[in-house]
Structure formats: structure tokens, C-alpha cells
Design a protein around this ligand. Structure first.
Ligand code: NAD
Length: 244
């Protein structure tokens, strides 16, 4: 299967990868909807923007558990494969729903972050920026971090109910319209507007490949669906690439 895929990637002059939380489970970061996902422990409303501003302590309980894990995490072979594909000219861009920054850590240069990045925090009132270390320090003293101005400090991530960063979304849509191949990795494709991108790509005659363990919201649309573990998939493809 790796060989077929490499042939497709070689034929394509414009390949785009769309990644989700499943590419980072191999780095020890739980996804949302997988079998050991965050939703098995934290209800979905914890990530809702209205709930965040009403009772931020729920989100910050999750933060204390999950963020140190994300910040210390190392890229796995899926991230490394995508960086390598870009380096050798087989991949134009990674569009990610992830907030962990692991594609950049792996060496990918052209990365569009649709849902922000956990390495950045700011005061929701005066917009002062905060380093993660400072937020951690504040969270040792109280359950929610506040700025000197009294405003609530928040991560620069997109909560449910918030708009996506408009420039990132615009760029992602342009790539979806222009690509010949879109390969989706580790996403359940149920969070919109990110899940709209494969639909746009298909509308513009691209080939859609989905690599995900378990069903996604767009399996019916895919030209090729691989229901496999991503680490094994990445290892297989890397091996084939060396042969190629
Ligand atoms: P999701 O949790 O809805 O879907 C992840 C999918 O990946 C699931 O279908 C799961 O079965 C599959 N998967 C998990 N590990 C896999 C593996 N090793 N091999 C193959 N498939 C695997 O995630 P989503 O579609 O990205 O949407 C969730 C939202 O949550 C995103 O918007 C994202 O911003 C956020 N999120 C981000 C992170 C992160 O940055 N690492 C982690 C959790 C959630």
C-alpha cells in the first residue's frame, strides 16, 4: 500500500496534508474522540468558549493535566515523515487542527494552524502575552490564572463557538482548492470548518486519501481510506521512500 501511495504522491504536483489529534497520540497526547480520548474524562462543554468565560476552572483543571504533556511531547514518526515529504518536495503544506506545535518541532516549515497554538497565552482583557511557564506558576497559587489588570488569561487556541483565525482559514481554503491530492491523517473529520477542507478539495477534483483508525465523517467521500495505525503507516511509507 505504501508503494501505491508513493506513486500517487510522486505523480501529484500539489499535495496537502490535513492532520488531526490522531497524529499526536503516538507522542503521548490523547485525542478527543479516540478510545482513550479526552472526552472519556472531560465533557465537551469544557472546551466551549461560553463555558470557559463562565467557569474557567473546569478548563484549567484539564490544562494542568494536559498542557505540560503537550509542551514536553516530542514529534513521532508521523510528524517526521510529513517534514521529510516536504523537504523532498512531495508535500506542499501541512494544515493542522492540532495545537501542540509538533509539526514545527519535527521540522515542517509550511504549517497552517487552524486552531491556534498552546505555546501562546494572553490576557483576554488587556491582551498582554504570557509565557507558558508564567501561567504554570500562576496556576500553582490559584485554580485560574489572572493578569495584573484583573483579566482572565487564556491560551491562544480556538474554543468551540469561536471563529478560526481568518488568515489561516483563508490560506487553507486556497490550498484545498489548488491541490491534486489531499491526505487526511488522524482526524475524525467532524469538527467544522476544518472538515470542510476535504469537501472543497474533492469539489475541485483532488484525490482524497484518509488515513485514520476508525470511522470519519467523510469516509464516503474518500478515494482511498486506510483504517490503520498511523505510526505503522508512517514507518511503512518511510521505508518505501528509502527504496524509491
Ligand atoms: P478527534 O479526536 O476527533 O479524532 C482523532 C482520530 O484519530 C480518531 O478517529 C482516532 O480514532 C484517530 N486516531 C488516534 N490515534 C490514532 C493512530 N495512532 N493511528 C490512526 N488513527 C488514530 O481529533 P480531531 O479530528 O483532530 O478533532 C479534535 C479537535 O481537538 C481538533 O480541533 C484539535 O484542535 C483538538 N485536539 C488537539 C490535540 C493536539 O493538539 N494534539 C489533541 C486533542 C484534541
Amino acid at each position: 500500500m505504501g508503494k501505491d501511495l508513493i506513486d500517487e504522491l510522486k505523480k501529484s504536483h500539489y499535495t496537502v496534508a490535513l492532520t488531526g489529534a490522531g497524529v499526536s497520540t503516538g507522542s503521548g497526547i490523547p485525542d478527543f474522540r479516540g478510545s482513550n480520548g479526552v472526552y472519556s474524562k472531560y465533557p465537551e462543554y469544557v472546551f466551549d468558549i461560553d463555558h470557559f468565560y463562565t467557569d474557567p476552572s473546569d478548563f484549567y483543571r484539564f490544562w494542568k493535566e494536559a498542557f505540560p504533556l503537550m509542551i514536553q511531547a516530542k514529534p513521532n514518526n508521523v510528524h517526521l515523515l510529513l517534514a521529510e515529504l516536504e523537504r523532498i518536495g512531495l508535500l506542499k503544506v501541512v494544515i493542522t487542527q492540532n495545537i501542540d506545535g509538533l509539526h514545527q518541532k519535527a521540522g515542517s516549515k509550511n504549517v497552517i494552524e487552524l486552531h491556534g497554538n498552546i505555546h501562546e497565552h494572553y490576557c483576554s482583557r488587556c491582551k498582554k502575552k504570557y509565557e507558558v511557564e508564567k501561567v504554570k506558576e500562576l496556576l500553582q497559587k490559584r485554580s485560574v490564572p489572572y493578569c495584573n489588570c484583573g483579566g482572565l488569561i487564556r491560551p491562544n487556541i480556538v474554543f468551540f463557538g469561536e471563529n478560526l483565525p481568518s488568515e489561516a482559514l483563508k490560506e487553507a481554503i486556497e490550498h484545498a482548492k489548488s491541490c491534486n491530492v489531499m491526505i487526511v491523517l488522524g482526524s475524525s473529520l467532524v469538527v467544522y470548518p476544518a472538515a470542510q477542507l476535504p469537501i472543497i478539495a474533492k469539489d475541485h477534483n483532488a484525490m482524497l486519501i484518509i488515513v485514520n483508525r476508525g470511522k470519519t465523517g467523510l469516509d464516503d467521500l474518500a478515494d482511498l481510506k486506510l483504517d490503520v495505525d498511523l505510526i505503522g503507516f508512517a514507518n511503512d511509507l518511510s521505508e518505501q521512500l528509502q527504496l524509491a
